[in-house]
Ligand binder design. Structure first.
Ligand code: PMP
Length: 279
């Protein structure tokens, strides 16, 4: 695997950073994950905009221009032989003496890697659990400090579930690493953007595709009780696309099979990806 680190492309085994890096010491950095389909960077402008927002939120100047990001990402994809990939990139504040406040004049650390991914067949439906949202109050920043998300996801995996759906003050927020959609009375709903959720690129694309196809949806607060009464629940992310949840906390969701709206939206999403492939 060829990775990018601070200006160089090199094998992953040779990529080394300082143990004083503030990403390592404090989790002081932000990241993005973006898919590549048939060698094309998927929703690049949206991912670079979200990266810019995350960097601004942690008061770290973007070390690269949009054109530089785009060029480096394109080179990374080529180094890893095109096709379908998942790119991980992160920017940390860089190495410095350990002190909480920002150090002066340090170079941020820029790291990117990519791995091959395989197109997934439609899911037969998977399990999720609910958990209290124990995270902080800036979940809109795509911060590398993911300890709460790690613990929450592991809690799900420990009971054979694929995701933890997080509840804050009685309302559904998002998954440990995904956004959440529910279908109630034929209307698809997803929580509105706020400081308590990550503005998912997949979430936005689903809404865009639904709007283009006159499928009704609402961006609206969803209570825990509504979640439990939903006939369809989906979790969405760049990596997992749109996964239908058919068991929630050991209770069957709807018919116990992926629902008809999921099926329709999943197909529309695949069509959107397909258009890119044929370019
Ligand atoms: N919420 C959280 C907490 C996430 O980690 C992710 C995955 N990065 C998402 C939502 C989904 O975002 P996206 O669709 O941009 O992958």
């Amino acid at each position: 695997m060829i990775v990018y680190l601070n200006g160089e492309f090199l094998p992953v085994e040779s990529a080394k950073i300082s143990v004083l890096d503030r990403g390592f010491i404090f989790g002081d950095g932000v990241y993005e994950v973006l898919p590549v389909y048939n060698g094309h960077l998927f929703r690049l402008a949206e991912h670079l905009q979200r990266l810019e927002n995350s960097l601004q939120a942690i008061r770290l100047a973007n070390p690269l221009s949009r054109q530089q990001w785009s060029d480096l990402l394109t080179q990374l994809v080529a180094h890893n032989h095109g096709g379908d990939q998942s790119i991980y990139l992160q920017v940390t504040r860089g190495p410095a003496k350990r002190e909480h406040n920002f150090p002066h004049l340090i170079q941020p650390t820029v790291f990117m890697m990519s791995e091959a991914i395989q197109a997934q067949p439609p899911s037969p439906g998977v399990k999720a659990i609910t958990c209290p949202d124990i995270r902080w109050q800036r979940c809109d920043i795509k911060a590398v400090a993911l300890l709460a998300n790690v613990l929450l996801r592991q809690q799900a995996v420990d009971v054979g579930a694929v995701e933890a759906i997080l509840i804050r003050d009685g309302y559904v927020m998002e998954g440990a690493a995904s956004n959440v959609f529910v279908v109630i009375d034929g209307i698809t709903m997803t929580p509105p953007k706020s400081r308590y959720i990550l503005p998912g690129i997949t979430r936005d694309l689903i809404l865009e595709v639904m709007q283009a196809n006159q499928l009704p949806y609402q961006e609206v607060a969803i209570t825990e009780a509504q979640l439990r009464s939903a006939v369809e629940i989906w979790v969405t992310s760049s990596v997992r696309e749109i996964l239908p949840i058919t068991t929630l906390d050991e209770q069957t969701v709807g018919s116990g099979k992926p629902g008809p709206i999921w099926s329709q939206v999943w197909q529309l999403y695949q069509n959107y990806k397909q258009q890119l492939r044929s370019h």
